[in-house]
Write a protein that binds this ligand. Structure first.
Ligand SMILES: Nc1nc2c(ncn2[C@@H]2O[C@H](COP(=O)(O)O[C@H]3[C@@H](O)[C@H](n4cnc5c(=O)[nH]c(N)nc54)O[C@@H]3COP(=O)(O)O)[C@@H](O)[C@H]2O)c(=O)[nH]1
Length: 518
């Protein structure tokens, strides 16, 4: 018994750990969600900027192509009118002009420009076009434009028409550039940090890092980058959100740990109760008949463990056998089952009727060096011959097949029959059939049930039956529930035996004896 102060301290630590763990999980979830949310928002922004840049490029191309088709005298009133019309037909081009020798001669909006000289540009594109991301050109320092010139034509658009879509990102460094690394626009941050040696880098953001979105247009020579620090979302959340997170985290942590604890506690308690039931000989055995399919003659009984705790109800073997296997209780359980199983059917087994008793032996018991002695002790008490006992081996582990083989060989040499149980399920595989010295396989219910159908298990059933016959083994079909299944199985494997609810459910010893002696 743990002293009360220690128990209180442990309970306090338990609650604190639950709350801390749950809160951490919820906080990490929140952080990840907030990061993802912002990241996809920034990606959407980058897509918008790219779309705008592509539209400017397309509009400029359309304008240049249209002007190339004009037959008007450059800078004539008709020509200027055409330039205005072409610009008006686009959404992104502001104005179009004619130029010569680096000078703008005229443009649609202002007419004759009296030879405005353009500054030198560093951006020369592969198609021979020159590009000015931002230039003051109409003699008015308040007017800046972006300009693209080729073949004596210059197309003006709004400067930073794409970059302005990022103007509200206060904390972000943003930049747009050509694939060659020439800067088109930049805001915030150290000049050259985003563009330059690193301009070929792909998106570089990862969880916990700053956001780093880098994207290039497919139809124009334009790339954009957005770099934004990602401070922990938790430091920015409101008190209400914090309170909700803390409550949710505490509930989650407490609920989760309580669930783990209660599952472990119930397993521990099942194991303790099982150990006590074995000690107090409260594990009973029921017998299920095994019959020859052709004439339904009884050939054997399978002993199946039953646990009815004195407190009421029944705990199924599928629940307590795995616990026995896991907690090393299987040898003790097998000892009780062997004792009960043989004594219960002793009058039948010691007699002359050729009926056998099959007993389940898990691998944990198969390796028990005392198993042969245990079997001999109980059978000799009642004068039962070894040939009247079959041992059903169930392998629930991928275990040591050679060791299993040795154990089976020595039991068979001693005169016991050995059945391979649940054949066709998880672990009981073809490798076992080829390696283990067994004389009978018990084919799992899954296949038996398909006997009168055309489903895939039915095909497997046919192949396995054929293979078993070829290997000179015998077969017991498990889980026969209908007359149709029994007939189909008998046709498939003449002389086979079966077990299932059609022939009888597991029953207590006195009913089994009545059935056998009827
Ligand atoms: N190591 C040991 N394992 C044991 C022991 N006793 C039982 N077991 C294993 O537990 C599993 C479940 O057994 P149980 O709930 O007793 O179910 C058996 C039959 O009742 C059931 N069955 C039989 N016929 C039918 C049927 O027509 N339909 C249907 N749905 N179920 C049927 O099958 C179980 C027998 O299976 P098997 O042993 O494979 O022949 C089970 O794996 C037992 O092996 C024990 O003492 N030790």
């Amino acid at each position: 018994m743990v002293p009360r102060p220690v128990a209180i301290l442990l309970a306090g630590l338990w609650v604190a750990a639950s709350v801390a763990l749950g809160t951490l999980v919820v906080a990490l979830g929140y952080e990840f969600y907030a990061w993802q949310d912002r990241h996809s928002e920034l990606q959407d922004r980058a897509r918008l900027v790219i779309a705008r840049a592509e539209q400017i490029a397309t509009d400029s191309r359309i304008a240049l192509r249209a002007i190339a088709r004009l037959k008007t005298v450059p800078c004539s009133p008709e020509d200027l009118a055409e330039l205005r019309i072409i610009a008006a037909r686009t959404t992104q081009v502001l104005d179009i002009g004619r130029m010569h020798d680096g000078k703008v001669l005229c443009d649609g909006a202002r007419g004759m420009a009296r030879g405005t000289v353009l500054p030198a540009t560093t951006i020369l594109r592969a198609d021979g076009a020159a590009f000015w991301p931002q230039v003051q050109i109409f003699g008015d320092p308040r007017i800046h434009v972006s300009a693209l010139a080729r073949d004596g034509v210059i197309v003006f658009s709004r400067p930073r028409a794409a970059g302005e879509l990022l103007d509200d990102l206060d904390r972000a460094e943003v930049a747009g550039w050509t694939r060659a690394g020439d800067l088109i626009f930049r805001r915030n941050g150290t000049p050259g940090r985003l563009v330059g040696a690193e301009h070929a880098r792909a998106n570089y953001a990862g969880f916990w890092n700053d956001h780093g979105i880098r994207s290039c247009a497919s139809a124009s020579d334009f790339c954009v980058e957005i770099a934004e620090p990602a401070p922990a979302a938790l430091t920015r959340m409101s008190t209400t959100t914090g309170a909700v997170l803390l409550t949710a985290g505490s509930a989650l942590g407490f609920g989760g740990l309580s669930l783990v604890w209660s599952r472990n506690a119930s397993r521990r308690s099942l194991s303790r109760r099982l150990a006590r039931a074995i000690r107090k000989d409260q594990i009973n055995v029921h017998y299920q008949p095994i019959v020859r399919l052709s004439d339904r003659r009884l050939v054997g009984f399978e002993a199946l463990a039953r646990w009815h705790p004195p407190s009421g109800g029944a705990i199924p073997p599928d629940d307590f056998i795995p616990v026995a296997e896991r907690d090393g209780l299987l040898p003790a359980l097998t000892e009780r089952v062997v004792s009960r199983a043989i004594s219960g059917l002793a009058p039948l087994l010691a007699g002359s009727a050729e009926v056998y008793l099959s007993i389940n032996i898990g691998v944990g018991s198969l390796f028990d060096p005392e198993l042969p002695e245990l079997l001999d002790y109980h059978r000799l008490r009642y004068g039962v011959d070894r040939s009247r006992i079959a041992l059903e081996i169930t392998e629930r582990d991928t275990g040591d097949i050679e060791r299993i083989g040795e154990a089976i060989r020595s039991l068979r040499e001693a005169g016991y029959r050995v059945f391979l149980d649940d054949f066709g399920t998880g672990y009981s595989s073809l490798a076992y059939l080829a390696t283990l010295p067994i004389d009978t396989i018990k084919l799992d219910k899954l296949f038996t049930r398909s006997a009168d159908s055309a489903f895939v298990p039915a095909l497997v059933l046919r192949q396995v039956s054929h293979m078993v016959a070829t290997l000179g083994l015998k077969i017991v079909f498990e889980g026969v529930e209908t007359e149709e299944q029994a007939q189909a199985l008998e046709e498939l494997t003449p002389g086979a035996v079966g077990q299932g609810w059609l022939f009888g459910r597991p029953m207590p010893a006195h009913e089994a004896l009545t059935l056998a002696f009827a």
